[in-house]
Every structure is written in C-alpha cells, then in structure tokens.
Design a protein around this ligand. Structure first.
Ligand SMILES: C[S@@+](CC[C@H](N)C(=O)[O-])C[C@H]1O[C@@H](n2cnc3c(N)ncnc32)[C@H](O)[C@@H]1O
Length: 300
C-alpha cells in the first residue's frame, strides 16, 4: 500500500471547496437569447462573429500545477465554464467569480446533466456570444467523450478548439514513480476502459494480456475482479505486478501495489474507491523508493 507525499500548493490548500456544495447543473445557462432550433450555418467559415467559440479544455488529473499554460489562460478569461466531476476543486476555484459556471457532473451512474443536454448547452452558450470553456478531467480526447462534444458543436456550425491535458495515466505514473514504458519491461502501452457503453467489460482480452506491455485501465474498479480473472485466463501470470491508484496527483492520492491474483482482495481490504486507475505490467515492480514503501497511515 502506498500513498502520495503530495504537497498541495498554497492555492490548493486554501481554496478547496466542498464538491457536495455544488448542485447538479449548478447555475445552468438556459440559452437566454440563444436559438437552439435555428438553422446552423452551412460551414464553419460562415459562423457569425456574434457566436462564441467552444474550447474543449483538458484540466489534467487534479493538481492545478499540471494545467497547461493555455488551459490556465482560458480559464482565467472565461465567461462561461462547463465542468465535470473529475475537475479538481483547486482548478474549479480558478474560474473567475463573474463567469457563468455549470456543473455537468458525470460521476459513474450519477450524471447531473445527460450527454445530449451538455452538448446542447455548449451550443446554446456559444450562440449567446459567449466563448465557452468546456473543462474536462485529464485529456478531453481520452475516455472523456470530447469527440462527441466536438462533433455536436461543429455540427451546429460553431468553432471548436481542443486544448490537450495530462491524462490520468501520465499523472499517476509521475507521482508513483511507475514508468509506463521501460526498455527492460514494456515496449507497448495500452489504455483501455473498464466501463463499456453497454455496461459489460467485454474487452479484447488476448490483446490486453500480452507480455512486455503495460496496461492501464480507466473506470475499471467496478469490474476489477472480472478484469484480473480474464487477464490471467488469457495468459498473464497470476504473479504479474498490478496496482490501483486513486486520485492521482491530488492530496487524496493513495493506492495499492499487488499482483493480478491478489489485487481485488487488496483493493477491497483497503477500501479504495473511484476515481482510480488499474495498472498491470512488469513496470510496476520498479520501486523508485518514492511512494511504494509508504502507507496511508504514515501520511494521514
Ligand atoms: C471519464 S474518464 C476520464 C479520463 C480523462 N479524460 C483522462 O484523460 O484522464 C474517468 C476515469 O479516469 C480515471 N481518472 C481520472 N482522474 C484520475 C485520477 N486523478 N486518479 C486516478 N484515476 C483517474 C478514473 O479511472 C476515472 O474513472
């Protein structure tokens, strides 16, 4: 078991707000003056200048210091921000008080706004003439439905810019000292989701259970037992190093370092919850002496 020695920035320590204080769909923009039913311009070039632009912005894994400069600038100048559950509180606190802010939620099974309503909201806000920052955890194009939002915005004839963010796997790697690739251990890196649209975890197991590969599974905690069982059934040794990392790069970061066979039980015993990543592969055996020897008790 290990936990991060994460030193929150002053901003992080002093400006945390209670997530529960945000009502779902908090302060929703209702498209005042917007015309969500009007005909869209035929091409992006024909978009009237009174229409705003939508920026799909990656907020990174939680630590505000991992925002890109462009993301920080866009947030600081934002007139309207639509943000997800996994955007760190310290980053939400960077939204200017005067900006219109909408909490779109999207915890597993608890979506404050359904995806079609989020898409429409982005269009409505832009049609009000607002430049919209759509703030998403990690990178908008990695398991973030950023592609769907971009398509909806562009289909409405509204300009859309993508600002990449540090994805959770990269954040977790950096603060655990687990390199995602290493010449002696892993030449392939695979990101997979453990939460499929139809609620199953019917993944391409032979492709995932490959040697000399690091596998990172997002949104897989609910199916952890099935995932470990399938990886072993498809050829990975039960002793393959495996880890679960919760809330990487935030003050709440913690995790467990185990094997494929023991991981479900270890995670249960430790009570580790989402958001969390499952990492599988020989790279996890690399203990840089940063975090893997620490326990939650020593950092509590
Ligand atoms: C909807 S996906 C969004 C992924 C995001 N777009 C990214 O690039 O990291 C949400 C999942 O990402 C993972 N995740 C996001 N932030 C995390 C963090 N700070 N620590 C661990 N896992 C995280 C969890 O598996 C969570 O269930």
């Amino acid at each position: 078991m290990y936990a991060a020695h994460h030193t929150p920035t002053a901003a992080l320590a002093s400006r945390r707000t209670s997530r529960s204080s945000r009502a779902p769909g908090d302060n929703p923009a209702r498209g005042r003056g917007g015309d969500s039913s009007g005909a869209a311009p035929a091409s992006l070039d024909q978009a009237p200048s009174a229409v705003g632009k939508v920026h799909l912005v990656g907020a990174g894994p939680g630590d505000p210091e991992l925002l890109t400069l462009r993301a920080a600038r866009l947030i600081a100048n934002a007139k309207a921000v639509v943000y997800d559950h996994l955007v760190g509180d310290a980053i939400v606190d960077l939204i200017p008080p005067k900006a219109r802010r909408v909490y779109a939620g999207k915890e597993a099974g608890n979506h404050a706004l359904p995806q079609h309503a989020i898409n429409q909201l982005l269009v409505d806000l832009a049609r009000e003439g607002l430049d919209v920052v759509r703030l998403k955890g990690g990178d908008p194009f990695i398991f973030g439905r950023g592609g769907e939002e971009m398509q909806a915005v562009q289909a409405a004839g509204i300009r859309c810019e993508i600002v990449p963010g540090i994805t959770a796997a990269a954040g977790a790697a950096s603060c655990t000292g687990i390199p995602l690739t290493h010449r002696e251990h892993a030449q392939t890196l695979v990101f997979a989701t453990g939460h499929l649209k139809d609620g199953t975890v019917d993944l391409d197991w032979p492709a995932l259970a490959r040697p000399r590969q690091t596998l990172v599974i997002y949104m897989g905690l609910g199916a952890l037992e099935a995932i470990c069982t399938q990886l072993i059934a498809h050829g990975l040794p039960a002793t393959t190093p495996a880890a679960v990392i919760h809330a990487a790069t935030t003050p709440a970061q913690c995790g467990v370092h185990s094997t494929l066979a023991d991981l479900p039980n270890d995670v249960r015993e430790r009570g580790i919850r989402a958001p969390a990543l499952i990492m599988v592969g020989e790279v996890i055996s690399i203990d840089p002496g940063m975090l893997l020897t620490q326990t939650l008790a020593t950092t509590a």
